[in-house]
Design a protein around this ligand. Structure first.
Ligand code: GLA
Length: 390
């Protein structure tokens, strides 16, 4: 991350001096537990992290949106909020085109803008750089238009942008936590009712360490959408079995129903459903355990979550499995698991503060020996959701 003054200078180089310039920050996120549950009306427990996207922006009166990125110096992409907004190139601008299109569709009168985007989140690293770009530029558009918007509504608009313009049928977790995270807390979130419980992450007792396998996860590859469809097949089975039970999503299915479906429901669909149903239980229990400082219990549930994602949901990979097993060989580590959509990206570990450095050094060393690449490892505190910095 560049200093605010450095990115503002870069903004001036790209777009010229003068006018009122705003700086917006939108954090990435790490999910402690509750994976692939959000689109099943279930529970998640993410927190916003220190790595973030910054958007430096200034209004334009001609409706043009001109976009630059510190990752691609010298390139400027352009579209207009006064014409129908469509997908375009380069691909990263589609997140912003999508957010603009959805805001216009929601009746918000947008002005054009010059915007420079700076990102310290690894792209494709499973820490929601796309949600951070969406929420950050959404907040930039709203700020320049002088419009206040409820953060949950902004999150929904950004989610829709991702569906329509990036083509990935994501749930609400990422956009929700990027838009509404609370400093010092993880958020246990009920994706059906929108109810929140804040779980204190006190850095004196507990540290959150993220290790990036550097395996790029590609949710657009179709596996994510496939999992969603398999869950829907599961729902259809349970609905047919108990028409009066009011089953709307896997959220409404119990472990008892899963056991009873053994040998009747197709084995693969059953395993997908078993992951979601058990993960919802683990998430509620882990959030409670964390709130009561029962870190060993929370860590154990994270281990179980990883195993379920690996064996039943099949969204892990050899690198993530290796990192989560190796993390547990370090004294003082409570739990570790893959985080985010999977197929690469990061693991998250909960650890005693005094074990942070040993853990990071150990994982970097053994991973390099095994896979020949040096992963990035860092500790983070829980930060606040997106905000206007100046
Ligand atoms: C991605 C999606 C989220 C969620 C996770 C898996 O990050 O954007 O909505 O489904 O995968 O938990």
């Amino acid at each position: 991350m560049q200093e605010a003054s450095a990115i503002k200078a870069e903004f001036a180089r790209a777009f010229g001096d003068g006018g009122r310039v705003h700086v917006i920050r939108a954090p990435g996120r790490v999910n402690l537990i509750g994976e692939h549950t959000d689109y099943n009306d279930g529970f998640v427990c993410p927190m916003a992290i220190e790595a973030e996207v910054r958007v430096v922006c200034r209004a334009r009166q001609d409706g043009a949106v001109r976009l630059a990125s510190t990752a691609f110096p010298g390139e400027i992409a352009e579209f207009s909020v006064e014409k129908k907004i469509e997908k375009g190139k380069p691909a990263w601008t589609n997140y912003i085109r999508g957010v603009a299109a959805e805001l216009v569709g929601a009746g918000i009168p947008l002005t054009g803008m010059d915007a420079l985007i700076d990102n310290t989140l690894p792209v494709g690293g499973g820490l929601s750089s796309s949600a951070a770009i969406e929420v950050g530029t959404g907040l930039a558009f709203l700020t320049l238009a002088g419009v206040e918007m409820d953060r949950d509504r902004l999150a929904l608009i950004c989610q829709k942008a991702e569906h329509e313009f990036a083509g990935v049928p994501v749930g609400i977790m990422d956009q929700m936590i990027v838009a509404t995270g609370r400093q010092g807390f993880a958020t246990q979130y009920d994706c059906r009712s929108g109810a929140r419980q804040f779980v204190k992450i006190n850095p004196d007792d507990l540290r959150v360490v993220i290790v990036n396998s550097l395996v790029k996860h590609e949710l657009t590859g179709g596996e994510y959408a496939k999992r969603r469809k398999q869950c829907e097949e599961g729902v259809a089975y349970f609905q047919k079995l108990s028409p009066g039970a009011g089953i709307r999503a896997l959220r409404d299915v119990t472990m008892k129903m899963i056991h009873e479906a053994q040998g009747k429901l197709e084995a693969l669909i059953l395993r997908r459903c078993r992951h979601v149903v058990s993960e919802n239980q683990r998430t509620i229990e882990a959030a409670t355990a964390l709130a009561q400082d029962k870190y060993e219990r929370a860590g154990k549930l994270m281990q179980e979550s990883h195993a379920s994602l690996r064996d039943d949901y099949e969204v892990s990979c050899a690198e993530l499995d290796f990192l989560s097993v190796e993390a547990m060989t370090v004294k003082g580590v409570y739990g570790a698991r893959m985080t985010g959509g999977g197929f690469g990206g990061c693991i998250v570990a909960l650890t005693q503060p005094r074990s942070v450095e040993v853990l990071e050094a150990h994982l970097v060393r053994v991973y390099q020996v095994k896979f020949g690449r040096k992963p990035t490892a860092f500790a983070t505190s829980a930060t606040a959701g997106a905000s206007v910095v100046e």
